[in-house]
Ligand binder design. Sequence first.
Ligand code: SF4
Length: 253
Amino acid sequence: MISMKCKIALNKSRLYGLDYTINPYYGCSHACIYCYVPSLIGITYDEFRVAKPKENIVDVLRKEIRKKKTGIVGISTATDAYQPLERKYGLTRRILKLLQKYRFPIDIQTKSTLVLRDVDIIKEFDYASVGITITTLSEEIARKWEPFSPLPFYRLETASKLVEHGIHAYIFFGPVFPLMKREEVKYTMEEFINAGIKEVVIDKLHIKKGLEGNIKRAFPEQWKKIIKKDGFNEILDEIRKFEGKIEIKMAWE
Ligand code: SF4
């Protein structure tokens, strides 16, 4: 396995609600076909999906953290901190221990059930929030849309277990699969509520460089409609009907 070294562990964030970001891995083997991180960091999708651990990130963080002003740390803003490599390297778990020790609040985003391994540490934080990403509950779609991530059923179960542990867990419902029908949206929102989720953050598909080809290969019949996001306003209307039953936030607002 090829690894790499980083110079900075905690990066200043320009994302709303986050003071810092930390990404223990470079790249992501979940290889979601809509992932636009490769275009943001200037590498190809194929390069990005071969993830590498940042082997020195825990040491770098240990040196940095005493000098940094406390602030909310977004974990997994450009990777998934709980992708399969984490089972072997455990970087995320060691990072969490340091952040907790120095009392930095955290916001984790993941598609992986592996986050449940770290419930013991997450519960110790003064403030911790965990966003579980679900873009559709259809296994058929998910297998093409997010081919190497845990299936949505397991993600919803993970979110529900986090709630049972008393952890603030929300669903990051994005990018919502653009061709969802109203009934599917309704069912999906109901399932979130039945799982005990109190907050959902909605995001739409962002088409960046290189993504069109991925979508065309995975959905040869429907790719044009997906890219045009036909029907997204109807999806939003359906989601908004659930206002009052679950807190709804838009990722772009
Ligand atoms: S899990 Fe996130 S970072 Fe990883 S490929 Fe999917 S969208 Fe990109």
